[in-house]
Write a protein that binds this ligand. Sequence first.
Ligand SMILES: [Zn+2]
Length: 308
Amino acid sequence: MPRIYRLFFASILLLSLNLYGLAGCAGDPARAQKAHSGRSSLNSPTPSSPPAPLNQGTLSLPELPPRQGAKKNATESSTGRPDEKEGSIPESSTPPKSVGKQAELIFHGSRQTKKVALTFDACEDEQPRGYDAKITEILKASQVPATIFLGGKWVESHPAAARELGSCPLFELGNHSYLHPDFSKISLEHMREEILRTQKIVEKATGQRPRLFRFPFGRYTRQALQVVEELGLKSIQWDVVTGDPDPNIKAADIEREVFRLTRGGSIIIMHINGRGWHTAEALPKIIKGLREKGFEFVTVSQLLLEKP
Ligand SMILES: [Zn+2]
């Protein structure tokens, strides 16, 4: 291994030890919470002037989110619907609650930074889903922070896993709705119910109150964005899609897509609900490869603190 990389790894190790201590993830939710508290605007439903970094990678409607190559491979979930497909902005017949204010949709952080965020969705609808504990083990062993978007029903089916994730200071927990409905098709009231119910479940199970929201299937409407913002959450999409819900996509394919698409500020989407078929297999190489390229892993909230 070249000397420069040895030095790099040594500095990362020192930094990790400094940040998280030798205890690893022995469980300190208060500490994890502290990592999230750096951004008061995340809790404000009506930020009068959002901090500049938030403008990085956000969407000004009615643009469409970027379509990535791997998305064409998005697989069918057992509900018969494509999982985590690209977003869409159909106009709803219901008028928005407040007109004129533009809700943000974040695809990535500042491109001027070498920081990137790994994100993992724990989706669950009527069909029971699993928990890929190997992913958690790898992240902890490599001291890699990540943002994990929890479905409310998934938390109810996996209380021990949710507790474990909530107790590790490496992990930031987001809200991924209760029953994973398509937010481009449900009523505003249904959206609020899905989000608020999940907020309560996640907070009770993990001690963390989510500040971030990820739309099921990445689908939303203008009104849906507004609802998320009104409830004090930030809508987080992604700019690097791994295609990991597709069982035909191998670990090598996931790695290749991540290395091809990741840039400074990238938000990478994967799955931790057992539907990321080769995610755990690909993860060690992704972590090693991105670190060798000089990228540093942070949570989404940490990423959004970066200056543009
Ligand atoms: Zn999902």
